[in-house]
Design a binder for this molecule. Structure first.
Ligand code: HEC
Length: 398
């Protein structure tokens, strides 16, 4: 596809994805919060499960959660499903536009594994489909109850994180774990929540009492979705942080994020009847931040030539490396066929541009080594050391 068209598509689909995702997650948060704050007053009727008053945008809202008696179906009933479907569909389009089209440069990293981009794409799609099948079967099976099921789900998530980070580029591995969580969430809506709701509506319309087991089935999957939101939202922004995905311990960092994100969600969910939630939340945050601080330490710059570490590096030497390894993409007119413009607006055509970005060059090419992209231009460790020294010595252009 023409890179210009691809960039425009990426922009539009990303925008839709963000809007739909905010609406979906917003609904999920609001309804979970509602459920935990509804109050059943002593004089409430039997069919009332709880009610509350809210104040928003200058108006008072009275919400009542109640069971419907047979035949009592209201004439207008609002469903919430397109937020979820459009988030998932736009997300899949984005995977295709950013990761699968073009030459799959984001999918593979020769320093991680030697698989081809096509195999990597198959692994990524397999993780989405396989992830759903395994998760759904687990929670439908006799094992799918209580703590065993939670422990098994976390172990499976850990396994998939490890597998993907040892096959795909760190960045692609992260986004595919996120896409898998998104697929589980959308699958829960499509295969469980909405069908259960259809059954509830059909029962009321057919003059029968709705089966509470069906309502519980929908609620359970909705709670799963609620726990997945925080980790998934982190993964959505993670590609701005090579300090997470472009690390030797990227799998452990993602593991910490998933467990910490879900645990924070848990304290927030039970805070209304768990008085110690504040210390528990604070402890979770402190442990997670300390772990992340330790794990996200930049890699030691490769220093094979200890004795050369103080030898002055001339700008001409640094520039030669950048011309050779970076300029095919980072130029006003890239020669790499995947890019029409300098990626991220970063070009290294003039000494001033190179100087201006010196700090980011160090972060991306020396510390996190997440540039060149997929090491497409085969940069060597010695060249990274050389750039590091040039920057440490002040990144001068003399
Ligand atoms: C094959 C193409 C390609 C090559 C070669 C390449 N880059 Fe990049 N670069 C990208 C893409 C795509 C992005 C935007 C995505 C991202 O930030 O990961 C980017 C973004 C950047 C950014 C801006 C984002 C930030 O973190 O500040 C910097 C700086 C950068 N690259 C440095 C380098 C350096 C230094 C080299 C050479 C050692 C290099 N790149 C080689 C494709 C490339």
């Amino acid at each position: 596809m023409d890179p210009h068209v691809r960039e425009l598509l990426d922009l539009l689909v990303r925008w839709v994805h963000l809007i739909a995702g905010i609406m979906w997650v917003g609904n999920s948060m609001l309804f979970n919060w509602l459920d935990r704050n509804l109050v059943k007053t002593p004089d409430a009727k039997d069919d009332v499960e709880g009610e509350m008053w809210m104040l928003h945008s200058g108006g008072f809202y009275h919400v009542v959660k109640q069971q419907l008696s047979p035949g009592q179906m209201p004439s207008i009933l609002h469903w919430f499903k397109w937020q979820s479907y459009s988030t998932w569909i736009s997300g899949i389009f984005m995977l295709a536009i950013v990761y699968y089209m073009g030459d799959g440069a984001f999918m593979v990293d020769p320093s991680v594994s030697a698989i081809s981009p096509n195999v990597a794409i198959a692994v990524g799609i397999g993780a989405l489909v396989g992830g759903w099948l395994v998760y759904d079967l687990l929670w439908r099976s006799p094992l799918g109850k209580g703590r065993t099921a939670v422990a098994l789900s976390l172990a499976l998530a850990g396994g998939i994180v490890f597998l993907l980070t040892s096959l795909l580029s760190g960045r692609a591995a992260y986004i595919h774990v996120g896409a898998m969580l998104g697929t589980l969430m959308a699958g829960n809506v499509f295969f469980h929540i909405i069908p259960s709701q259809r059954q509830l509506v059909a029962a009321v319309e057919g003059g029968q009492k709705p089966d509470p087991a069906i309502a519980w089935q929908a609620k359970k999957r909705s709670i799963h979705n609620n726990y997945m939101t925080f980790p998934m939202l982190f993964i959505m922004v993670s590609n701005h942080f090579p300090g997470t995905f472009a690390q030797q311990f990227n799998w452990l960092i993602l593991g910490v994020i998933i467990v910490a994100g879900a645990t924070v969600r848990h304290w927030l969910n039970i805070r209304f009847n768990f008085p110690q939630w504040r210390p528990a939340l604070a402890a979770t945050l402190v442990v997670a931040v300390v772990l992340l601080f330790g794990l996200m330490q930049p890699r030691k710059a490769p220093s094979r030539h200890e004795d050369a570490s103080h030898a002055p590096v001339a700008f001409a030497q640094a520039r030669a490396v950048i011309d050779l390894r970076c300029a095919s993409c980072h130029s006003a007119k890239p020669t790499d066929p995947s890019f029409l413009q300098a990626p991220a607006g970063v070009a290294f055509d003039t000494p001033e541009q190179i100087m201006r970005f010196a700090e980011r060059i160090k972060v991306r090419a020396v510390l996190s080594q997440s540039m060149p992209l997929a090491n497409k231009t085969a940069m060597t460790p010695d060249e990274r050391t050389l750039l590091g020294h040039w920057i440490d010595q002040g990144a001068g252009v003399e």
